[in-house]
Design a protein. Structure first.
Length: 431
């Protein structure tokens, strides 16, 4: 299958080239040329399939020209070596836990899938590929972990000094090998600007093969559709209409859910739940899209003022506002509301959510006010210990450290301090 640029001013490319390039030369996001529904029998008998079989059949059409079946099976087995349980916390309200991976963030699946694909595509190549990525927290750790030890690929992560949590910082600075962390004296926006400048810098691209590992990359974006199928498999026996509430920042995860819907998965409605960064909720109210600078919140992985993947969602619905509204609602919540929800969930059901999951819960409840007969699933995108201070303070309980996190706590941080783009560039040229 080929992928085309959503700006329509660049040639179509294979899956392999879309993964290596990341973004099209006309700066558009790549989009699959077609999405064919899976047979009804796939959904009718989904309980009988393993997660690996589900994933293989769901992603096969997108990658099969470039990844042979046996290799794809191997990649899926590498990527999906942990569980994705649906946990019911109230009548008709369940959470899909996506945080059982190595860095306890849902980005582990996309990052690992991309790392495995890129490792496969760069086999036998003489020149290394450098993956350059800016992170406000969770992306860095997941990408670092996913790419650790992948031959022919070097990873350079830019993160804002003092603005990620201690656990997040350790996850991206303690691995070594082919992973380097550049600690930027600045904000996340500064990091992202440096990455963008690097991609446009001809002197650099002549000497280095650069790609990005953000969710604009199709190999990070598409495998997220697995989650929704795994949830459907577990919730199907309820025989109720299913809705998903997805805590959203760049809208890659929810967009992948909508691709699962195109594959034929029965789902009544999607809810995009956001913090006060409400560009999409405002769009769904007014039909006008106005990006704005991001505002910091306690659900900081969703502090995005101009969500990069929303264009893919609009395209999926042929830019028709009416059909989009029939399938998507979007609500915004403040930090106070998020903390109240964390406490309420804990008091009512003993369940400890993280701030992102709590935003998802709020969106779900809001939609269910008018649709009480639905079975609602909100996505838990990170383990609560990754947001230790705010969660412990809100529920008044201390949390236990899972082994994945304990492992990094004792390790020594190694980073290179940088102040300007010139320093980033000179590092990339000499490394
Ligand atoms: C990245 C992230 C999100 C947002 O996902 P998008 O695909 O960018 O919408 C939500 N929660 C957590 C914990 C994240 O790391």
């Amino acid at each position: 299958m080929n992928f085309y640029s959503l700006n329509h001013k660049a040639p179509k490319v294979s899956f392999k080239d879309a993964v290596i390039k990341g973004i099209a030369p006309d700066k558009g996001l790549y989009f699959p040329e077609s999405i064919s529904a899976l047979p009804h029998s796939f959904f009718e008998k989904i309980e009988a399939l393993s997660d690996h079989e589900i994933a293989f059949r769901a992603i096969h059409q997108f990658v099969a020209d470039d990844v042979p079946d046996e290799k794809l099976k191997e990649i899926i087995a590498n990527v999906l070596d942990f569980d994705f349980p649906v946990v019911e916390i109230e009548d008709n309200v369940a959470t899909l836990e996506l945080f059982h991976g190595p860095t306890m963030a849902f980005k582990d699946v996309g990052a690992r899938f991309m790392a495995n694909c890129l490792g496969y595509f760069s086999r036998g190549e003489k020149s290394e590929i450098t993956v350059l990525v800016a992170t406000s927290g969770d992306t860095g750790g997941a990408v670092a972990n996913g790419f650790l030890g992948v031959e022919g690929v070097k990873v350079v992560i830019l993160y804002p000094s003092g603005k990620v949590s201690d656990i997040q910082e350790r996850q991206l600075t303690t691995l070594g090998e082919n992973i380097t962390a550049l600690e930027v004296d600045g904000t996340f926006d500064d990091c992202q600007k440096m990455v963008k400048t690097a991609f446009l810098d001809e002197a650099l691209s002549k000497n280095r093969r650069l790609t990005s590992a953000n969710s604009i990359n199709v190999a990070r974006w598409l495998p997220q559709l697995f989650y929704f199928l795994f949830a459907y498999k577990q919730a199907k026996s309820k025989q109720q209409e299913i809705i998903f509430s997805v805590p959203s920042g760049n809208f890659g995860n929810i967009c992948a859910g909508m691709v699962a819907q195109r594959l034929g998965m029965p789902v009544k409605h999607f809810v995009a739940s956001t913090n006060v960064n409400d560009t999409v909720p405002a769009f769904m109210q007014t039909g006008n899209y106005h990006p704005k600078p991001s505002t910091p919140t306690i659900s900081n992985a969703m502090d995005v003022g101009d969500p990069s993947n929303f264009i893919r969602i609009r395209h999926l619905f042929k830019d028709d506002f009416k059909t989009l509204s029939e399938n998507l609602s979007s609500y915004t919540f403040s930090d106070d509301e998020t903390q109240e929800a964390l406490l309420k969930i804990y008091k009512n059901s003993g369940y400890v959510a993280d701030p992102h999951g709590a935003v998802g819960y709020l969106g779900l409840k809001k939609y269910q006010q008018n649709h009480p007969e639905t079975y609602g699933i909100f996505l838990e995108t990170a383990h609560p210990v990754k947001f230790l201070d705010v969660v412990e303070e809100t529920i008044g309980q201390s949390l236990e450290m899972p082994p994945q996190i304990q492992k990094v706590l004792g390790k020594e941080k190694k980073s290179i301090a940088v102040k300007s783009y010139e320093e980033v560039k000179s590092y990339l040229l000499k490394s």
